[in-house]
Design a protein around this ligand. Structure first.
Ligand code: PHE
Length: 428
């Protein structure tokens, strides 16, 4: 399954940063708040699809839809995202994500009894400070853009990683903790990317008495302990696999690494981690300490462990999906209940300076929801006048039933209309 290894790799790592920077180069006018997003906001009301509930309860607080989805240039949250808030798939013990979370808990509880505090109900709506500043994400880092992150207003976002909680938990005095939660990122559409997914963060703080007994400096001590702990976790989840450590970059750790395992004949990234930047510890009343931190994507691992071929399935309420998983059963292999054929539709248009693929994908999801499986650029050219045309192929496929031609034609017709109106592009 070649695709699985690409499931939500880190936007903070160097490679994906370059990927995003290239996008920026291509769309050099793609400023933090693009005019295409503005266009989509001004027509938002007209296009909103009805959602079941207009109030959601998040960590004991009732939040109205109007607080999160607003017709305001500082807000870029669509209804489809609001409807996912509070779902907390990771807290369902019979769901693959809940089973995996519990499997990881089991590893830490067995090897470090009563050591790690666990949090899986922290509010996904956080401040820009928590999500970025507190973990030293540079002011001009691409992950802060409106093209990549969901903003409730200019100072408030839907967390794009569970690292958003590192600082507050350190401040509250926690020294060993695991944080699991839903995270939100604007992205393209394929079988391994969904704008809402789940992460687990782990942090462990050491004090001088820990490293003084070893002959190591504090950073090497933490790095060694980190590697040992995470290799153990990988073996707990995947068995006796081959592993390798890759040097990586994250703003909040130094040194930073990614752990890869050799699984089903290929190398797969399992997690990102590193020794926490001293500045984070110092700012949160942990002088004279070192710490390690890791972050892993639950969907990426669950897709491999449970043989789940498409990330949309995690949201399925079809019994033929849900009934296959039960509490404590790590790694039961998912049996596809039926494979309905995809239907492909192409659309071409002249883009403008503010066009981005993420904006396109959001419009397509807004119309087709989980019936869209993939959106891919199949042609791209610039004419003599300097106008650029893109042709995208949209794959429609339901995980649960066959779609009729009529239904797909109507979806495609709506997609065309909304792409034209919301993104201000010229259809060809
Ligand atoms: N927050 C990082 C991400 O989302 C993962 C990470 C967490 C890396 C902690 C290092 C330490 O990509």
């Amino acid at each position: 399954m070649a695709v699985v290894s690409s499931a939500h790799s880190s936007i903070f790592s160097k490679t994906s940063l370059f990927h995003h920077m290239n996008c920026f180069k291509r769309f050099s006018f793609c400023l933090p708040f693009s005019s295409s997003a503005a266009a989509s906001l001004s027509t938002k009301k007209k296009w909103r699809q009805p959602v079941a509930s207009s109030v959601v309860e998040l960590c004991g607080i009732k939040i109205a839809k109007d607080d999160v989805v607003r017709d305001d240039p500082t807000n870029n949250i669509p209804d489809t995202i609001f409807s996912k808030l509070g779902m907390q798939l990771h807290r369902r013990n019979n769901h693959p994500l809940g089973i995996l979370k519990n499997g990881i808990y089991e590893y830490f509880d067995t090897n470090y009894p009563n050591m790690f505090d666990k949090f899986d109900d922290l509010c996904p709506i956080v401040s820009v400070k928590q999500n970025f500043d507190d973990v030293l994400v540079p002011a001009d880092h691409v992950s802060r853009s409106y093209n990549d992150t969901y903003y409730v207003d200019s100072q408030t976002v839907l967390r794009c990683h569970t690292s958003a909680h590192q600082a507050e938990l350190l401040r509250r005095g926690h020294t060993h903790f695991l944080v699991t939660g839903d995270v939100y990122r604007r992205d393209s559409i394929d079988s391994t990317h969904y704008p809402v997914f789940h992460q687990m963060e782990g942090v462990r703080v050491f004090t001088p008495d820990n490293w003084e007994a070893s002959c190591l400096d504090p950073t090497s001590y933490a790095a060694e302990d980190l590697k040992k702990s995470l290799e153990g976790l990988a073996r707990h989840l995947f068995g006796a696999v081959e592993m390798r450590w890759i040097d990586a970059y994250f703003p909040f750790t130094n040194p930073s690494y990614e752990l890869e395992i050799y699984f089903k004949e290929k190398w797969m990234e399992v997690l990102g981690c590193g020794v926490m930047e001293q500045e984070i510890l110092k700012s949160n009343s942990r002088l004279n300490s070192v710490a390690w931190a890791f972050g892993l994507g639950l969907e990426r691992l669950a897709m491999v462990l449970f043989d789940i071929p498409d990330i949309r399935l995690f949201w399925s309420i079809d019994e033929r999906f849900t009934s296959q998983f039960s509490e404590g059963q790590m790694g039961v292999k998912f049996k596809t209940f039926s494979k309905y054929p995809p239907c492909y539709k192409d659309m071409s248009f002249w883009i403008n300076e503010s066009f981005t693929e993420n904006n396109l994908c959001e419009v397509v999801r807004g119309v087709a929801g989980d019936l869209v499986e993939e959106v891919s650029l199949i042609d791209n050219f610039t004419n003599k006048k300097g106008m650029t045309s893109h042709c995208y192929r949209i794959a429609y496929r339901s995980m649960e039933r066959s779609l009729t031609d009529e239904e797909i034609n109507e979806l495609q017709w709506n997609v065309r209309e909304q792409v034209q109106n919301k993104l201000n592009v010229v259809l060809r």
